[in-house]
Design a protein. Sequence first.
Length: 400
Amino acid sequence: MAHISHVGDRMSRILNRLTIAKTRRGLSGRVLKVLYKRALERLLVYAAPAWWTGTARQVSKLTSIQRKALLAVTGAFRTTSTIALQVTSGIEPIDLVCEKEQAIYWAKHSAPSVSFLGVGLGNPNLDLHHETWQHPGGIPAISWDKDSRRHIPAIYTDGSKIEGQVGAAFCTFSADTSGEYHFRLQDHCSVFQAELVAIQQALQCKRANFPTSDWHIYTDSMSSLKALQKLKAENDQVTAIRDLLDHTVKLHWVKAHIGVAGNEAADRAAKQASTKDSVDIHLGTPISTFKTRLKKMVLEAWQARWADEEEDRGRFTYNYFPEVKTSRCIVDRYVTQAITNHGLCPYYLKRFNLRDCNCRCGEDTEDGIHHYIFWCPLVQRLRKLNRPGLDLAQVVCHPK
C-alpha cells in the first residue's frame, strides 16, 4: 500500500501541472486521455505483478487515484460515480488493467498456467525470443531495395490469413523451370509470422538446391524486411533468417496487388496453403495475439460490471450508453453534465439544499436534466435547433 500511495502522490502532482495549463481546465480532455493511457496508467501499473494481489483495499486505493484522471478528462462534477466516469471517458477500470498486466507477465515467463480474473487460460505457449548475446560486429548488415523489376532466378514469398486459417508459400522462377511450395501454420499464428516463415523456407530451399548461385527474393512484407534490419532481433525466426542470408541473396520489396506476376502467384499459393488439412509448421502464439485476447476479456469483464442489474451507480448514464467502448471520450463538460445528470440544474442543487426542485418555468423537475432537453418551455427555442424525435444519446452525439 505504501507503493500505491507514493504513486498516487506522484500522479496527483502531474495532474495538477497538466490541468493549470489553461485558464479553465488545462489541456483538452482528449489530450489528457492520451497522456493518461500512454504515461500515467503505465506509472500506476508499473511492476504490478510484484505487488498486485487484487484485494478490495488495493482496488479501492487504485480506483481513487484513477478517479482524479477521469475527472480531469471529462470535466465532470466530483459527485459523479467513478463507474460512469470510466464509461464516458472510455478508460478501463484500473483493477482490470492490473489483472491484464499480471497475466501478460506470467505468460512471458512461461508459467505452466495463466489466469485472468480466476478464468484459466492454460499455457499460452508464446512465441518468445530466446536472446543470446552477440557482438554487434558479428551481426550481418541486412539490405534491401524497392526494385520490382523481375530478375531471374527469383523467389516470391507471401503469407496469408483467411477465415482464421494461416498459410505461407513461395514460388520459384528460373530460366527453365518454376515451382510452388505451400506451408500451413497453426490458426493462432499471425500474418507477420507467416511472412517470415515464407522467407525462411525460401532461403532453406535455395541453400539446399542452389548454394552458390545468385538469387533474388521478393516479398510484399515491409515489416518483415524492417525486422531483419533491426540490430536487435525480435524473435527466433528473424535470427534464423539472418543465419541463412549470405552474399548470394538479394532482398527486394514489391508492392502488393499491382499486377506483378510473381507476387500474385505467391499470394494465390499462400491462400491455397491456408486451406490445407494438416499443419506443416508449428509456432508459438504471438504476444500481440495474446494481448488482443486479454483486451477482449477486459472489455467483457468491464461490460458485465457495467450491465450488472444489482449495480445502482451510473444508471442514468447506462440508459444512454449501455455498451462500454474504449473509443468513446466525452470531454465537453456540459455534455458530461447531461449524460450523468450531475450538473447545475435545480434537481441536482436540491441534493445539497442549495435551492428547491422547481424550475423557473414553474414545473417540477424531478426528472433532472431531461426536463431541459425535452420539455422546459424556457429553452424551447434552442430545442428547435435539433431534429425532432432525437433521444438524449443522439442529441449528445450530434449536438449540432
